[in-house]
Structures are given as structure tokens and as C-alpha cells.
Design a protein around this ligand. Structure first.
Ligand SMILES: CCCCCCC/C=C/C(=O)SCCNC(=O)CCNC(=O)[C@H](O)C(C)(C)COP(=O)(O)OP(=O)(O)OC[C@H]1O[C@@H](n2cnc3c(N)ncnc32)[C@H](O)[C@@H]1OP(=O)(O)O
Length: 728
């Protein structure tokens, strides 16, 4: 039963019951419409309360149905809303848990709203590429004014009940049962006039210059959400609430949503939404997985190393109210780390405060304790080692802590690419060792690559994945190989960016093309931010540059393959990026963030091309994008072949959440599927034939196979892998 109805004296309570989140599927809409009409006609009913089962009002339209046309054919949410709003009997929404999207739009059509103190409301449609097209863009401005409504709609912000009350979205906030409170209110208002409670009939009130306001909002959104169409459509729809009568405003919502669908962005964002949810559903080839292995509850943790990553991780654990012992090797580093953590926690508390939420760390360190004494961590449930990327050092620490810790404690290493098995092999419990690859800043970035080694037990995976969720991360399980998934794919991308400089581009040409594609940052800006010395050190360790390069090796070749030495040359000149005030760009000061194209670099590149007699050519944005992205995608296919990622969706989740890939393009593998695998394959193949010294251009077996079998949909790619290697 999707919708149930019962009566409490003169009040009819209509409850949506569609687990897990009471989404408005077409069946729910039909049932809700029917029950509501019956209740409104029933002479024994004098008021109606609308609520959701299992402590959740409603998470909006059923996104799973967006692909089909059924939603269009049957009762729409706005049909129900119109009916509710015009009802002669008072209707009260009892909001528990969530009222999001169509759920809040439903509540806005009710005459009164009562919310539980822990409830959240919002119109997050923009985050899945659409707009609140069930009257939300027309009713909310009439209720709370244009600026507040626009902010909520364009950012898709979740608003806690207390703020919703302050804004005037809900009429009452209760600490007890919201349904009982709504029934109580419904009884009180029986027979009272409802005219000023029907939002569609109210004027939109404002005392601002409306033209300027919307012009500015559009300008800001075009920069902030570069390339995304939904925020712009949201602004246009809210503007219509001022310019058009209510029913024409509703029509405008429909026109805008129809036009968004033609851009392909909603489909990509909805794919990203479900891919994120599926990432948590890990399964091993043995059949063990998220649904049959219970995680251990983690109450106490320790973080070893309070550098940039360690500080972020401590902050993240503390935010989740998990007890942390933060460990450093000397007093100076401990104090520096402590100061940094306090400052990060203060910023976090400030953010929560602005959202009307309190925090356990508002006036101090919350559950964090700092120490130099390894002995203090002996009883913790889980340790995260976050020292710098050095295998020798990490092994020393793991050897030491595995002797100290209680036998069932978990040992995690925060590494961006080192071998988990090698680290595990020095411990007395390799089955409890796992990689946790956090992204910087670790207290902000949502992505967490959970790296399974060959000894890692299912319970260790379950525990780490669950801890990731508790920390508010999107945890993705990946296999153990150099650089794991995200960074492994990034390597050929950055390599191509270097070749583009040799072939005639300037750094800003490459960055502009990729930023225009939608990346938050192009590869050269990214390197300047991270520090060019990071890659330089790693290339030195691999013998690609520095003293260990065999004499007589051509400058632009390593082991017979093409090599671009420009980044090494900049490092030799101390151009390490932002921290040095110069790198691929110049900056206003040491540590400055404002990058300007550097004439010195242009000059340097000219001379470099002359020295190496490189004939440069004009390279357009399309070539830049294809060259950089197709090798990245190709590496993604190789990762699938090698069984390092379970699915293309997991790769996309990693790129959407950790590498600034524009969500409205779904992720690199989704992008490959929508571009056409044959096009990706043919371009790579052609380029590889012209450049056999660039192995990353050679189309992978899986890509070739998928093209050969007629490009099956992305969901079916895995089946083409058959029994290939699975490292998960
Ligand atoms: C094309 C024409 C359309 C016209 C209609 C236009 C007007 C209305 C539009 C809308 O309402 S669009 C939907 C707006 N709502 C949202 O975007 C909310 C999305 N959901 C969430 O933010 C979260 O899921 C949550 C509700 C805050 C719950 O978070 P939690 O972390 O507790 O659980 P999750 O793992 O995220 O979700 C659990 C489970 O529920 C599924 N799910 C969530 N929301 C929806 C939904 N709106 N429709 C369908 N399914 C939903 C989610 O996929 C998970 O499923 P499983 O993975 O467990 O199968």
C-alpha cells in the first residue's frame, strides 16, 4: 500500500508509505491523489494531515522513474498540489526526517506545516540537473521572499527545521511527535479562514530592484556553476514568479524542465546520484559484501602524523564525534598540528553555527587528544597513519604499532599510491590492514578511496567503508596497484598536457580548454597548487629524472617512450608553483593564488621547441580536450580490465568527487559512453599509430572489445570482462 489513510476524530491522516524515502513514484501519486480526493469529499472529515511513514515525510519525485515516460502520463505532483491547496478543509503537513524536492513542494501546497526539530527541508533538484517543477519555484518566493527562495533553489541547500522556521517555511517546530502536533493544529484550525494560506494566491513581495537582482544572480551563477544549465533555469523560473501570474509561472517551470532534458545534463547528474549510492554496495568475487558483512563499530581512533593530511583527518573524525588520539614525533610538530586542528575545528564550528547547528567542538577540541606517546594508542579500535609518502617510514610505523595495538585493531594507511600489501606484510595482522586514500583538504573533500590489499579481510573493508560513510565521505572500494584509480588515470592526462606544450600550446591554452569543458581547474593550475616538486620527487625516485637517468639518454625519451622534461626543468629553477610564487604561471606573491600567464614561460617554451627542433602547430580546444581526456578514459578501461575498480560507475564517482570533473557530464566513463566508444577508440587508435612512443594512447583491450560488440550500455560493460583479473 503506497498510501494509507486513517481517521482520528474529525482529522484524516494520509500517510505516504513507499520505502526507503517515500519518493513520489507514479503509483504513489495516483494513490495520494485518490486518498486525498476521498478525504476531502468525506463529510466526516473536517481537516487533513499529510505525513510520511517511517519518520520521513518525502524525498521528492521518484528519480528512478525519470528515464521512463510514466511520470508524464499519470497524475503529476502539481495536480496533487493544486488539489490540496484549493481544498476547503485545512490541510497540515507533518514533516519528519526529510521534505525534499517534490516532498517540500507537496508540503508548500498544504495550508500549514509542522516540522520535527531534526527534520530537513529543501529543493535540491538543481543537484540532479533539474528545477523544482511542481510549483516550488512559484510558491517558495511567495512564502519567504525572492532572495531567500532563490538561494535555496539555486544551491539546492538542505535547510534544518530551526532555520526553516526562521525563514517562515514551517509554522511550528516540535521536539516530540510531529504527526500528533499536526493533528492537534489541524483540529485547532477547523473552520478558520484559509485564504491567506494558499500560496498560489499571494503576491510575491519584494523591495529590491528586481531586474538588477536577477541580472546579478545570473552573472554570479554563470561563474559559480560554470557550464551547468540547471542553476540558470532555476533563476529564470524564480524570475517568472515575479513577472507572470502563478499558473503561467507553472507553465514556465514545465518549459524550462523540458529544455533542460534536451541538454543531457539531468541524465548525467542523475546517473552520478545513483552511482554514488551504488559505490557503497561493494561486493567481493567471493560474494561477501555490504549486505552480508557487518562492520565493527569504531569508537576510538588514532591518527599518526599531523601534516596537512593528518590534520584534515583528525578534524574529520572529530566532526563525526569519534574520539581521536593525534600522535606526532616531536613537541614542535605536535604543537603546530594542534594549532592547525584547533583552527580547522573553529572554522567547522562556525559553518555549523551558520546553519543553526551546534557542535561538540565549538569551544575546544571535542574528542581529540594530542600526544607524543605511542603507548597511549594501545587500546584504540582503528589507527590511520598519515605520515608522508615514504615506504620505509610507513613500514617502520606499521611494524611498531602492530606490536602495540590490541589484536583486533584495524590499521589504515593514508597513501595516494603506495603498495598496501608491502605495508601489510610487516605487521602481525595483514588481514586488518587497508588503505584509506583521503583527498586534500581531508576535512572537506568528499572522496575516499578505500584500498583493499590481497590480505585485507571483508570485515576490515566493511568497517572502513562504514567509517567513511560516518565521516560524510563517498567511499569507493578499489584494488591495490600503483596510484590506485584516480591518480593512475591522472598520470597520462598530465603527461599529455606536457606534450601539448611541446607541440605548441601555452599552459593557459590547455587550462582554458579543460576549464571550459567544466573542470574546476586545468592541469597546470592544479600542478601549481599541489607543488611541482611533488611529481618531481616521484619521477626522481623512479629514475625518470636526476642523477639516475643513464648517460646518453635523449632528453625527450625514457625507455624508448616519449618523455617531456619541461616540468623537471622548471623544478631545477625552483619554479615549484604557488608556494614559490612561480611555476607554470606567475603569482602576485609567494603562496599567492592569483595565477597570471607568465611571458617568461612563453619565451622558455619557444626556446625549448627551437632547441629540440619541434615543429609546433596551432592546437584548438577540441584537440586539447580529446588528447587529454581520451588517454584518461583509456586508463579507466585498463583499470576495469585489471579489476582495480569494480565498475565504470565507481570510476566516475571518484572523478566527480575527487578530481573536479563536472558532474553535469557524469564522469569520464559516462562521458566516453555518451561521446560514443567508437569515436574514442578511433581517435586513440589514430593518435597511437602516429605516436607509437606514447603507450597510454594505445586503445585497451576492453575498449576495443566494447566497440566490437556494438557499444553496449555502460551498465553492461562489466559482463564483457568475463573472467579477467579481479583484484577486488
Ligand atoms: C522529469 C520530470 C520531473 C518532474 C518533477 C519535478 C518536480 C520534483 C522533482 C523532484 O522531487 S526530484 C527529487 C528531489 N529530491 C532529491 O533530490 C533528494 C535525493 N535524495 C537525497 O538527497 C538522499 O537520498 C536523502 C533523501 C537525503 C537520504 O539520504 P541517506 O544518506 O539517508 O540515504 P541514501 O543512501 O541517499 O538514499 C537511500 C535510498 O533512497 C533512494 N532515494 C533517495 N531519494 C530518492 C528519490 N527522490 N527517488 C528515488 N530514490 C531515492 C536512494 O537511491 C537510496 O536507494 P538505495 O541505494 O538504497 O536503493
Amino acid at each position: 500500500m503506497e498510501v494509507t489513510r486513517y481517521q482520528s476524530h474529525a482529522v484524516s491522516v494520509i500517510e505516504i508509505n513507499h520505502p526507503p524515502v517515500n519518493a513520489l513514484s507514479s503509483l504513489v501519486c495516483q494513490a495520494l491523489f485518490k486518498e486525498f480526493v476521498e478525504a476531502s469529499k468525506d463529510p466526516s472529515v473536517e481537516a487533513i494531515v499529510l505525513c510520511g511513514a517511517n519518520g520521513k515525510f518525502c524525498a521528492g519525485a521518484d528519480i528512478r522513474e525519470f528515464k521512463s515516460t510514466s511520470l508524464m502520463k499519470t497524475i503529476s505532483i502539481e495536480d496533487i498540489n493544486g488539489n490540496i491547496e484549493s481544498c476547503k478543509k485545512p490541510v497540515v503537513a507533518a514533516i519528519e526526517g526529510v521534505a525534499l524536492g517534490g516532498g517540500l513542494e507537496l508540503a508548500l501546497s498544504c495550508h500549514y506545516r509542522v516540522a520535527h526539530i531534526k527534520a530537513i527541508v529543501g529543493l535540491p533538484e538543481v543537484l540532479i540537473g533539474i528545477l523544482p517543477a511542481a510549483g516550488g519555484t512559484q510558491r517558495l518566493p511567495r512564502l519567504i521572499g525572492i532572495p531567500a527562495a532563490l538561494d535555496m533553489i539555486v544551491r539546492g541547500r538542505h535547510v534544518p527545521a530551526t532555520e526553516a522556521f526562521q525563514l517562515g517555511i514551517v509554522d511550528q517546530v516540535v521536539q516530540t511527535n510531529a504527526i500528533d502536533a499536526a493533528v492537534h493544529l489541524a483540529r485547532e484550525i477547523i473552520g478558520k479562514p484559509l485564504d491567506n494560506r494558499r500560496l498560489s494566491t499571494l503576491p510575491v513581495q519584494y523591495n529590491i530592484n528586481i531586474e538588477d537582482f536577477f541580472d546579478n544572480a545570473l552573472k554570479k551563477a554563470k561563474i559559480q556553476f560554470f557550464g551547468a544549465q540547471a542553476p540558470l533555469a532555476c533563476i529564470e523560473a524564480v524570475k517568472a514568479s515575479v513577472e507572470l501570474p502563478f499558473y503561467q509561472g507553472l507553465k514556465k517551470e514545465q518549459e524550462l524542465i523540458a529544455s533542460l532534458v534536451t541538454t543531457g545534463q539531468p541524465q548525467a547528474q542523475q546517473y552520478a546520484f545513483f552511482s554514488e549510492r551504488n559505490a557503497g554496495k561493494w561486493t567481493l568475487p567471493s560474494g561477501e559484501g555490504w549486505d552480508n558483512v557487518s562492520p565493527k563499530i569504531i569508537k576510538t581512533t588514532a591518527v599518526i602524523g599531523l601534516g596537512t593530511m593528518g590534520r584534515g583527518i583528525v578534524t574529520s573524525l572529530s566532526k563525526a564525534n569519534i574520539s581521536v588520539i593525534a600522535l606526532e614525533q616531536d613537541e614542535k610538530q605536535l604543537n603546530q598540528g594542534k594549532k592547525a586542528v584547533i583552527s580547522l575545528l573553529e572554522k567547522e564550528a562556525e559553518k555549523l553555527n551558520k546553519q543553526g547547528k551546534s557542535s561538540s567542538f565549538a569551544n575546544g577540541l571535542g574528542p581529540v587528544h594530542f600526544t607524543l606517546d605511542f603507548g597511549e594508542i594501545r587500546n584504540v579500535d582503528l589507527v590511520i597513519e598519515a605520515v608522508y609518502e615514504n615506504m620505509g617510514l610507513k613500514k617502520k610505523i606499521f611494524q611498531k604499532i602492530s606490536k602495540i595495538l590490541k589484536p583486533d585493531a584495524f590499521l589504515c594507511t593514508n597513501t595516494s599510491g603506495l603498495d598496501i600489501d608491502e605495508i601489510a606484510s610487516v605487521t602481525n595482522r595483514p588481514q586488518n590492514v587497508i588503505g584509506m586514500h583521503f583527498f586534500s583538504p581531508a576535512n572537506i573533500m568528499r572522496l575516499l578511496e578505500v584500498v583493499r590489499g590481497c590480505y585485507t579481510s571483508p570485515i576490515t573493508i566493511a568497517t572502513t567503508m562504514s567509517l567513511g560513510k560516518t565521516l560524510g565521505k563517498v567511499a569507493v572500494l578499489v584494488g591495490n596497484c600503483p596510484l590506485f584509480v584516480g591518480n593512475r588515470m591522472l598520470l597520462p592526462y598530465v603527461e599529455q598536457a606536457g606534450y601539448l606544450l611541446e607541440d605548441g600550446c601555452n599552459p593557459e591554452d590547455v587550462d582554458n580548454a579543460l576549464e571550459h569543458f567544466g573542470f574546476a581547474m586545468g592541469p597546470f593550475c592544479m600542478m601549481d597548487l599541489a607543488g611541482l616538486d611533488v611529481g618531481w620527487r616521484s619521477r626522481m625516485e623512479k629514475g625518470l629524472t636526476g642523477d639516475r637517468v643513464p648517460t646518453g639518454t635523449p632528453a625527450r625519451q625514457r625507455q624508448g617512450n616519449r618523455y617531456c622534461p619541461i616540468a623537471d626543468m622548471l623544478c631545477e629553477l625552483g619554479r615549484f608553483g604557488q608556494k614559490a610564487g612561480m611555476g607554470w604561471y606567475k603569482y602576485e606573491k609567494l603562496g599567492g593564488r592569483k595565477a597570471s600567464p607568465d611571458p617568461w614561460i612563453r619565451d622558455f617554451l619557444e626556446k625549448y621547441r627551437n632547441t629540440h627542433q619541434i615543429k609546433s602547430h596551432v592546437i584548438n580546444s577540441e584537440e586539447i580536450i580529446q588528447r587529454c581526456l581520451y588517454v584518461l578514459i583509456n586508463a579507466g578501461f585498463k583499470i576495469l580490465e585489471d579489476g582495480i575498480a569494480t565498475s565504470p560507475e565507481d570510476i566516475d564517482v571518484i572523478y566527480n568527487n575527487g578530481y573536479g570533473w563536472p558532474k553535469y557530464r557524469g564522469g569520464p566513463m559516462y562521458y566516453a559512453a555518451t561521446t560514443g566508444l567508437a569515436k574514442v577508440y578511433e581517435t586513440l587508435d589514430r593518435n597511437y599509430k602516429a605516436n607509437p612512443d606514447i603507450p597510454s594512447m594505445k586503445p585497451t583491450f576492453l575498449l576495443r572489445k566494447l566497440v566490437a560488440v556494438g557499444e553496449p550500455p555502460l551498465k553492461e560493460w562489466k559482463t564483457q570482462l568475463g573472467n579477467l583479473n579481479n583484484k577486488l
